[in-house]
Design a protein around this ligand. Structure first.
Ligand SMILES: [Zn+2]
Length: 504
């Protein structure tokens, strides 16, 4: 931040951290100067610095030190075990800022400000803030909104004699390095988290590390199911109550991380689909959020707009590889698929690539959609539409595994399913629609795995089930907005995506 911007930022920060917005603003994040960051809340603030420390493995990772604290340190609790378990979360909805935790907060915050189009400040909503028509929400670094599920099973997966549910967590940046490792991809020495070369990288930009879930063997094939916006506690509860037999089968022969998979800031869709697919944080991948202000071109990029949603990868940093691209660098003849996935660069088959050239897939009639919760579909047009989309994503993937187009068996099939996010937003993660969406998705996962088995490839396949972020219930009575107060502050600014604040 330039010197003349500091006073403007301080004015906006004091507006947002006023007691008037104690129920809406969790904290305000800002990048003061190179390597120096600030988090401020109504009841305290912290300034912290980062520096690179090279570990015994030769990898430079960021280390964080607190420079100054006033009042309560908003980032003091970074526990990955808070609000763990479906009942615990449901019984403590709308956690206040002293009941919440912020896993990996320093790293998650600092990386975002590395992006050329990062805002000067980020206004973080409280857990309870109801700022659009959704009962479920995400985007903040709080533990519920950042916690996604993580299940791994099959070839190359194992943690000794254990398995099933384990008391562990990992980060979204670890997903792609884990997949690269289980496929046995070679070390190429890419760029690491601190922007310097890391000797152990398998990906061009690798902020994360392989998870402690590999048994030393390799898989010939990987299938990833990304259940968009699926609350981890909910998914695990549906599994443990016997409502999701296919997911339960994966947990039984593999491992599920009870504490979850933590998304990077912002805990939003485009940012973390790209992070999961590349191993690069949103601040490094080029896709820093669903929407941002592009200072160079003086335009606001909005990847949720229908004319941009299928083309997110035009923003991918040239120094960042998707798994699809990395697999082809390694094995040019390999075949990979991306079912309704934004981060599809380098995939041989991509649903969105077909849409980009005008080939909209023939969506099924609702009567032809399998694994459809009828009551939910009758109650919600959105539930209907996303069920048709997810059905198509699964069927396109199954077509590839049946090799109907003369293709080789996929080395990687990335299957994105969006119903869990749509239903989670609409009913909240503790609503009936969200629960039904997990059951429906389980059926589609079972169909894809049956096709992998029919191809004779299941014993050589590693299967991952993840989400891009969590989903948190909010309070429909907590609707106050801060936009007018920011406007009245007299500081010239623009706000993008309900949280990114740019000084103008
Ligand atoms: Zn999402």
């Amino acid at each position: 931040m330039r010197d003349e911007q500091r006073a403007s930022a301080a004015t906006l920060e004091s507006t947002l951290t006023d007691t008037a917005f104690a129920q809406q603003v969790e904290m305000v994040l800002s990048h003061l100067e190179d390597g120096l960051y600030r988090a401020a809340a109504v009841d305290g603030s912290v300034t912290f610095r980062r520096r690179s420390v090279v570990g015994p493995d030769g990898v430079g990772r960021w280390s964080y030190e607190t420079v100054e604290t006033t009042g309560r340190n908003p980032l003091a609790d970074d526990g990955t075990d808070r609000l763990l378990g479906h009942a615990a979360e449901r019984d403590a909805v709308f956690p206040g800022r002293t009941d919440n935790s912020y896993p990996h907060a320093h790293d998650s915050i600092a990386q975002l400000f590395d992006a050329p189009h990062a805002p000067e400040m980020i206004a973080v909503h409280t857990a309870s803030h109801h700022f659009d028509d959704h009962l479920g929400q995400h985007g903040s670094p709080g533990v519920v909104q950042s916690r996604a599920p993580f299940i791994a099973a099959g070839a190359g997966i194992g943690i000794g004699n254990g398995g099933g549910f384990v008391d562990r967590s990992l980060r979204m940046v670890d997903v792609a390095p884990t997949i690269a490792a289980v496929l046995g991809m070679p070390v190429v020495g890419g760029i690491g988290p601190d922007g310097q070369r890391r000797p152990d990288a398998r990906l061009a930009r690798q902020d994360g590390d392989p998870a402690d879930v590999l048994d030393g063997g390799t898989a010939h094939h990987v299938v990833v199911f990304l259940l968009d916006g699926c609350n981890a506690n909910l998914l695990y509860d549906v599994v443990e109550s016997g409502e999701a037999p296919n997911l339960a089968g994966l947990v039984a022969r593999g491992v599920a991380y009870r504490r979850g998979l933590f998304a990077s800031m912002p805990t939003a869709t485009l940012a973390n689909h790209t992070t999961a697919s590349t191993g690069a944080h949103p601040g490094h991948s080029g896709v820093l959020h669903n929407a941002w202000y592009d200072r160079t071109r003086d335009i606001t990029t909005d990847l949720l707009a229908m004319d941009q949603i299928h083309s997110a990868m035009v923003h991918l940093d040239p120094g960042v590889e998707t798994l699809h691209s990395a697999i082809h660098r390694w094995r040019p003849e390999a075949f990979t698929t991306a079912g309704f996935e934004f981060a599809d660069a380098g995939a041989d088959f991509s649903s969105f690539a077909e849409i980009r050239v005008g080939d909209m897939p023939p969506f099924p009639r609702l009567d032809d959609v399998t694994h459809l919760s009828r009551a939910q579909a009758e109650a919600s047009k959105k539930y209907q539409f996303m069920s048709m989309v997810d059905h198509t994503s699964a069927q396109q993937t199954i077509r590839a595994w049946r090799q109907l187009d003369g293709n080789p068996l996929p080395t990687l099939s990335w299957v994105s399913l969006a119903l869990t996010d749509e239903a989670g937003h609409e009913s909240g993660p503790h609503g009936a629609a969200a629960r039904a969406s997990v059951r429906d998705s389980d059926g589609r996962i079972g169909d894809v795995l049956a096709a992998v088995e029919a191809a004779g490839a299941l014993p050589d396949t590693a299967v991952f089930v993840i989400a891009d972020h969590g989903m948190e219930q909010n309070d429909p009575d907590n609707t106050a907005r801060w936009d007018d107060a920011l406007g009245a502050s007299g500081v010239a600014h623009r706000q993008v995506a309900e949280s990114f604040v740019y000084l103008t």
